[in-house]
Design a binder for this molecule. Structure first.
Ligand code: HGY
Ligand code: MN
Ligand code: MN
Ligand code: MN
Length: 415
């Protein structure tokens, strides 16, 4: 058996720096948001690395970049698939997503350089638009890839009334009809594996090197439009106002209260816009985008009901009207036991400490999990920070993650 190679730190460090550097210079942190030219540049950069690694590449109708390293033809066309995303949140970090893409490409190089011939075709995918886009949709690329992008997603509108379906072609170079038709035949995929930073504090706090994800969080995301009446701040008595701002504020605090102190439940309202934006004007309209997360679908349904009631009460009590819609809800998603066991076995053979864990972050893996066996490998986040410029993971931890990813590829159904 050919000796199993280990990831090349200098090469991967260079890749990380190059890809992380493709960002919008006008924004803080590392911003390569979907629907931006920086995102297109980032995905095309990854495509170039795939080609340099000897892969055949293409971009599907949903903007997903797909690279293939053919196997020896004895696996009946079956594939082992790796992947993640290259888009970021606004003002994000330089490890979320890209370590999974670059780590997968490093695995391909190691396989080729070592002369190992896999039976399976080895496929690497860069998914378009993993992060929440301005229309409130997550993982639109992997939804399309799995054949589950709802037609209704194209009608989702941003704060300026632009529909996602109208923005895709001019901004992302994606034909919405081709996106709806971009389903990949996942039945031929033996397993999908994603290397990712933990984005939380657990591995670092426990001093553990490898996280083996058991379940990925469920997510319920909403957009609430409060419509009140614009008035003068100084002459309008408090008891005759229809103040959209205060209705929104009460709803935001309700999200925090409903999330409460459950160990794996979260409530966040990260987007709020007022019209007009004027300190001496009673707000006419307010848009709140928020979300709940939990490992329990039941808890999420209860939270949705509680928030709906709270938002209606905050609006009605002020003579404000409310339009509330729940978007991009995802059920909690268990990972495949046989893939988890493979990752566990490989990590222990490599002498690495490891722990099974819950992912409070959402991932493309959860979109693919109903259609093929999926597993995720986590590496520690320094200080547990992510979705911020302070996001950091040590190169040695990334290299350990890549070595486990390669080990799992060689192990799954004979490699
Ligand atoms: O929002 C998330 O959890 C992921 O980073 N998209
Ligand atoms: Mn993210
Ligand atoms: Mn991510
Ligand atoms: Mn979905």
């Amino acid at each position: 058996m050919t000796a199993v190679p280990t990831a090349v730190g200098s090469r991967l460090a260079g890749d990380l720096q190059d890809l992380a550097g493709i960002v919008d210079p006008a924004l803080p942190g590392w911003s390569r948001q979907a629907f931006s030219s920086y995102d297109i540049a980032g995905r095309h950069h990854a495509k170039g690395l795939m080609e340099a690694a000897g892969m055949e590449t293409r971009i599907d109708g949903a903007g997903n970049v797909i690279g293939v390293l053919p196997g020896d033809g004895t696996a009946g066309g079956r594939q082992i698939m790796l992947g993640s995303h290259t888009d970021t949140v606004e003002g994000g970090g330089r490890f979320d997503g890209i370590i999974g893409v670059l780590g997968a490409i490093e695995v391909v190089r190691l396989v080729r350089e070592s002369g190992i011939r896999l039976h399976h075709d080895l496929v690497v995918v860069v998914f378009f638009n993993e992060e929440v886009n301005r229309f409130g949709m997550i993982c639109s690329g992997s939804h399309a890839f799995a054949g589950v992008l709802p037609q209704s997603a194209l009608a989702l509108e941003d704060d300026h009334g632009t529909a996602m379906g109208d923005a895709l072609l001019p901004e992302a170079g994606i034909d919405p009809n081709a996106m709806l038709d971009a389903r990949y035949d996942l039945s031929k995929v033996t397993a999908f594996l994603e290397l990712h930073i933990e984005q939380g504090p657990n591995l670092e706090n426990e001093g553990v090197q490898i996280g083996v994800v058991e379940t990925i969080t469920g997510i319920s995301r909403f957009t609430a439009l409060f419509s009140g009446r614009q008035d003068h701040a100084g002459t309008t008595p408090m008891d005759v106002r229809a103040d959209a701002c205060c209705a929104a504020a009460g709803t935001i605090l309700a999200v925090e209260r409903i999330a409460g102190d459950e160990p794996t439940s979260r409530g966040t309202c990260g987007m709020l816009t007022f019209t007009p934006m004027a300190v001496n004007v009673v707000t006419e309209s307010a848009v709140v985008q928020g979300e709940f997360r939990s490992d329990s679908g039941t808890w999420l349904r209860d939270a949705e009901a509680a928030l709906t009631a709270a938002a209606n009460s905050e609006a009605a009590g002020r003579g404000v009207t409310l339009e509330l819609d729940w978007r991009a809800t995802e059920e909690p998603m268990p990972m495949a036991p046989r893939v988890m066991d493979t990752i566990t076995q490989v990590a222990s053979e490599q002498g690495l400490s490891q722990a099974r864990m819950f992912s409070g972050a959402g991932h493309d893996s959860q979109i693919l999990a109903p259609f093929t066996d999926v597993g995720m490998i986590f590496v520690p986040s320094v200080g547990g920070r992510s979705h911020c410029p302070e996001e950091f993971t040590e190169l040695d931890d990334i290299l350990r993650g890549v070595d486990v990813l390669l080990g799992a590829v060689l192990r799954i159904d004979g490699g």
